[in-house]
Design a protein around this ligand. Structure first.
Ligand SMILES: [Zn+2]
Length: 176
């Protein structure tokens, strides 16, 4: 599967202040789903617990998949895609794993998931647990669409963000 988080440089006139902004920093990307990050080393090596670059499971009971949360950037054709994790039901997670490198993902109905990452500093309310619809693709990582959450991140996904806002996401401290 093609790696969709790439390094870009684009010159964009910011929709909030009119300045020209160079977007040349990698997009915000989370290495783990938040519940896995919170585990200590022992818990991470427990049975049926793992986290690779695309899938994660905790104790054979919680199931996560990595994908992209795209945000349109005003004045830019390409979207700003946050690399993030969603929690899925077991059966959907198994389906997604089975289909990962198969053809026909584009035709699957959307799956229901919950965002499993907390975007620090930029919101008063955590983004962890927000409802998303998950779409699998043939040529890129799964994409997440926030739906009915009332969270400002959903407004940003629907209406787009300024170039400076994209930079603010990129400059958040890396997840530890
Ligand atoms: Zn600006």
């Amino acid at each position: 599967m093609a790696e969709a988080i790439r390094h870009h440089a684009a010159l964009v006139r910011c929709s909030c202040c009119g300045e020209w902004v160079t977007l040349d920093e990698p997009a915000l990307a989370f290495r783990w789903p938040e519940p896995f990050r919170r585990l200590d080393a022992d818990a991470r090596s427990a049975p049926d617990t793992f986290c690779d670059t695309s899938f994660c499971a905790i104790g054979g009971e919680q199931f996560y998949m990595r994908g992209l949360l795209p945000l349109p950037v005003h004045g830019l054709q390409e979207r700003y895609s946050i690399g993030a994790w969603v929690r899925l039901e077991r059966a959907d997670w198994q389906l997604a794993r089975r289909m990962w490198d198969e053809r026909g993902n584009d035709r699957l109905p959307e799956l229901d998931g919950e965002l499993a990452n907390h975007v620090p500093h930029l919101f008063e309310v955590s983004s962890e647990g927000l409802a998303v619809r998950v779409r699998l693709h043939d040529e890129m990582r799964p994409t997440f669409r926030l739906i009915g959450t009332g969270h400002p991140l959903e407004d940003e996904q629907r209406h787009g963000i300024s170039a400076h806002r994209a930079l603010a996401f990129s400059r958040l401290p890396p997840q530890r």
